[in-house]
Design a protein around this ligand. Structure first.
Ligand code: VG1
Ligand code: CO
Length: 550
């Protein structure tokens, strides 16, 4: 092929894309759907048409290594060349965790955005899922206004632009030229690891790990494998094998790379049923989620955010204190109680990391988190799984206690938010919508009604007004607030790919001095029953128990 034909960009005609609006984080679909002709290209075309600064700008491109990752990178490079992008920075074998991508976007001059190829915690492989996440120049998930614009562009798409060019070698760091586009292949791990070394005292953590404090990390065959191996085994001196399932596989070894008690069962059993380890953790497919376990102790993610907030000053990167914290609405109010004692702001945002972006950029918060195993800080604009693990280890290195002791001491001091999330997955979308519409229609009449052992104070649909730019996001979950301070929330997932997923979130506060030693399902039993009576979950879905209980 002659150099001139390489540079020729051409238009490929397509039928309208007309997909539904991207969900909580980007476009997430079955791998098969992504393989249909022009499907990936259509979404990328829409992005390249509306993202400001594309012509002449720099893009960051990588993914979680799942099936389709590398071929999608080649497609996107050719399309970026056709759209006049000046430079794309991608990574060896396309491996780039979501938090590492955020860091790379933030630290590379001239970056107009990032494209992360991942369906996060959804399974991968030919029969699994694939996804495209778009991040803005601040390193965070694109704001609603940008994703709305991308969606708008997909509606009228009739062609896309690309160049004809052979595939580039992504197997090692190098610089390439693709028509007018400069492509740099860099190591996707090293910058991120250096950032962690700046935020945490690795020597101190290494001391802890040498002191009869064996730990285990499960990468679930997903993107954190290479990062975790470098951090734990190479730098912190843990024995080889500390990182389990550390090789990123295209199908995640057939597993579901979701760090919770159901899908990371092997790890959970090691910690909850055995005594070989003092600490265990896992991250999800793209490395932004974390599950923290101690010996015979599971740390609820809402509690994790509260505990990190309460102890942040023990960690070098946060020694100067916190500007504020934020949590997603369905996350328990455990962090609120800590924030009140620290006398810092605590914000409540809709589900999805993008809603933390403005608060972080404006310097109003330092830490933030979601009940869905997501914790992060102002060091990047994504939640960050390994960061959370290192944060926990830093606190433990300083306190020299067990995870269970730290958690119990926290509850004893601040009270305990009994918390659980029940997920009903892959239910018929029509039935889920009907259930939701019925509930929504009855909200007005709920105040004053009995709910389990308490009375409903207020029932509404959560709507958020961003404190920084005043943008309003409505329809973010149905809330039932009880007079004793308990909460029940119903939400439909925006990340599932099969039917609908109904999430039921339950929370009850036991103040300091009360009984903090109950099993959460028992502590919440009345509310669980009342929620089913109200929404008729079992009757409507035909499911007699949730798919996942956290
Ligand atoms: C879920 C979680 C949400 C999280 C989102 C993306 O969304 O509940 O808290 O931000 O996944 O996480 P939903 O709409 O299914 O409830 V990830 O790890 O995909 O980037
Ligand atoms: Co994820």
């Amino acid at each position: 092929m002659s150099p001139s034909s390489l540079a020729d960009s051409h238009q490929v005609a397509i039928s309208p894309f007309n997909d539904q609006k991207p969900g909580t984080s980007g476009l997430r679909k079955s791998t098969k759907q992504f393989q249909t002709p022009h499907y990936l290209e259509s979404f990328i075309e829409a992005i390249l048409r509306v993202l400001p600064g594309v012509a002449g700008g720099t893009l960051i491109l990588g993914g979680d290594g799942r099936y389709g990752n590398r071929s999608a990178i080649q497609v996107i490079l050719r399309m970026a060349a056709a759209h006049g992008v000046a430079r794309v920075i991608t990574t060896t074998d396309g491996i780039l965790s979501t938090p590492a991508a955020s860091h790379l976007i933030r630290t590379t001059p001239g970056v107009v955005g990032g494209i992360i190829l991942s369906a996060s915690h959804n399974p991968g492989g030919p029969d699994g899922d694939f996804g495209v996440k778009l991040n803005g120049p601040n390193g965070g998930p694109a704001a609603e206004s940008l994703t709305d614009a991308v969606y708008g562009a997909t509606l009228s798409l009739d062609s896309y632009r690309t160049v004809a060019a052979p595939a580039l070698d992504l197997s090692k760091p190098a610089s390439h030229r693709l028509a007018g586009l400069a492509v740099e292949v860099v190591d996707g791990v090293s910058d991120y690891v250096s950032l962690m070394q700046r935020l945490f005292d690795f020597d101190r953590i290494a001391d802890l790990l040498r002191s009869d404090f064996p730990i285990v990390f499960d990468a679930l065959h997903a993107v954190t494998g290479p990062y975790a191996t470098q951090i734990f085994e190479d730098l912190l001196g843990c024995p080889v094998g500390t990182v389990r399932n550390g090789v990123a596989l295209e199908d995640f070894g057939g597993g579901h790379p979701d760090p919770n008690l159901t899908y990371a069962r092997d790890l959970a059993d090691l910690l909850l049923e055995g005594d070989a380890y003092r600490f265990g953790a896992a991250c999800d497919g793209d490395g932004d989620r974390n599950m923290i376990l101690g010996q015979r102790c599971f740390v609820n993610p809402s509690d994790s955010l509260a505990i990190l907030t309460a102890n942040a000053q023990l960690v070098p990167g946060y020694r100067d204190g916190l500007a504020g914290v934020a949590r997603s609405m369905p996350t328990s109010a455990a962090a609120d109680v800590v924030a009140a004692r620290l006398n810092i702001d605590c914000f409540e945002t809709p589900t999805g990391w993008k809603f933390f972006g403005n608060l972080l950029d404006a310097g109003r918060i330092t830490l933030c988190g979601e009940e869905s195993f997501g914790t992060g800080s102002n060091h990047v604009r994504e939640k960050d799984g390994l960061w959370a693990v290192l944060f926990w280890l830093s606190i433990l290195a300083s306190k020299r206690c067990s995870v269970a002791e730290l958690v119990s001491a926290h509850w004893a001091s601040y009270g305990r938010h009994y918390y659980s999330r029940h997920d009903y997955e892959a239910i018929d979308s029509g039935k889920a919508d009907a259930l939701f519409d019925r509930l929504r229609g009855g909200l007005d009449r709920m105040a004053g009604q009995r709910f389990g052992t308490a009375t409903i104070r207020l029932a509404d649909e959560f709507s958020y007004c961003d404190p920084i730019d005043a943008s309003v996001t409505s329809r973010q979950g149905l809330r039932i607030l009880l007079e004793d301070g308990s909460r029940v929330i119903f939400r439909l997932s925006g990340t599932g790919t099969k039917g609908a997923t109904l999430r039921l979130y339950l929370e009850r506060y036991e103040p300091s001095g009360g009984n903090i030693d109950l099993d959460p399902q028992r502590a919440l039993a009345d509310m669980i029953q009342a929620a089913d009576a109200l929404a008729d979950i079992h009757g409507t879905t035909g499911m007699d128990r949730p798919t996942v209980i956290t």
